[in-house]
Design a protein around this ligand. Structure first.
Ligand code: SAM
Length: 291
């Protein structure tokens, strides 16, 4: 299947803003590339193309019309936007993406390491990850906020539910950080497959079970629930998500824009003693302890 890739000139400081704008306009994934990966192409007559230090690359499905996305970026990011739109075959995209995904550390102990690279610190808690076509590499702030939170918890002997597990990144982090058992739930069968494959890769498949929402065991409850989906489903599913947490258990919610945090905090305050939101760029992580 072909894809459309939009490469956008940015600086280290503006890259996150551009990335969030692309995700907000429907990008399936966003990566950053550095100087060597800048596209080489001829400027139009009379045009000067100045590439800064970062290239933000958004991947869209082939049906996407790039014109309104570029108009949006010109209006809200830079009038003198420099970008390049390319058609991309699956294979090229996967190759480029693999080259740009590097090991990353979260919190004090945890590293997420692409499964095809060497671990930088063999003594750390290392999660070897190949997200395949599922969401969750750690590069997105919403995932990073959850990984840092998990790193700060005592997970020994705890059961954890990863609601919206995607690649399984949070589930695996929890298992590697000491959780006894993790249940991953996702509406996307490809996500369940990716989570399972990643659990095998990390030798923890016997402690991870994955389910479509309609198949999850009745009466399911855990000591800790993490849910990195979006504010809309988090609000709609709030009675269900709350019921998954045991009394005295902990909840972490992500995928929430800063502007949506207060409203969602109030919804969950019916069942939880909520902590102050943790903010990263335009995103917020909410959480609390079940009453
Ligand atoms: C933003 S990704 C998060 C993936 C991963 N947990 C992470 O933190 O990077 C959200 C995931 O939630 C799943 N999802 C969306 N709505 C859902 C729902 N109502 N129930 C279960 N999973 C859902 C999506 O398929 C996707 O894999």
């Amino acid at each position: 299947m072909p894809w459309i890739q939009i490469r956008i000139n940015a600086t280290e400081k503006t890259a996150d803003k551009v990335s969030n704008m692309l995700l907000g306009r429907g990008a399936l994934s966003v990566t950053y590339m550095d100087a060597e990966d800048k596209p080489v192409f001829e400027p139009l007559p009379g045009e000067t193309l100045l590439w800064d230090d970062t290239v933000v690359v958004g991947l869209f499905d082939a049906e996407t019309d790039p014109a309104p996305i570029i108009e949006f970026l010109k209006k809200f990011y830079r009038k003198d936007l420099v970008c390049k739109v390319e058609q991309l075959e699956d294979k090229d995209w996967v190759r480029e993406w693999m080259d740009s995904f590097h090991p990353m550390r979260f919190g004090k102990r945890l590293w997420i390491c692409p499964s095809w690279r060497d671990v930088p610190d063999p003594t750390a808690v290392n999660v070897m990850l190949d997200p395949g076509l599922a969401f969750g590499t750690g590069t997105h702030p919403t995932t990073a906020l959850c990984l840092e939170w998990l790193d700060g918890q005592d997970l020994n002997d705890k059961t954890v539910i990863d609601f919206g597990c995607g690649s399984g990144i949070l589930a695996l982090a929890a298992l590697k950080l000491g959780a006894k058992e993790v249940i991953g739930i996702d509406i996307d069968p490809q996500a369940l497959q990716a989570s399972h494959d990643n659990a095998e890769r990390n030798g923890v498949a016997d402690r991870l079970s994955v389910y479509l929402p309609q198949d999850q065991p009745e009466g399911l409850k855990a000591d800790i629930v993490v849910a990195n989906i979006l504010a809309g489903p988090l609000k709609e599913l709030s009675p269900l998500i709350s019921s998954l947490v045991k009394p005295g258990g902990k909840l972490a919610l992500s995928g929430i824009l800063e502007s949506q945090a207060e409203g969602l905090n109030q919804v969950y305050a019916q069942w939880f003693n909520m902590d102050n939101p943790e903010l990263r760029e335009d995103w917020a992580r909410l959480g609390g302890v079940k009453q």
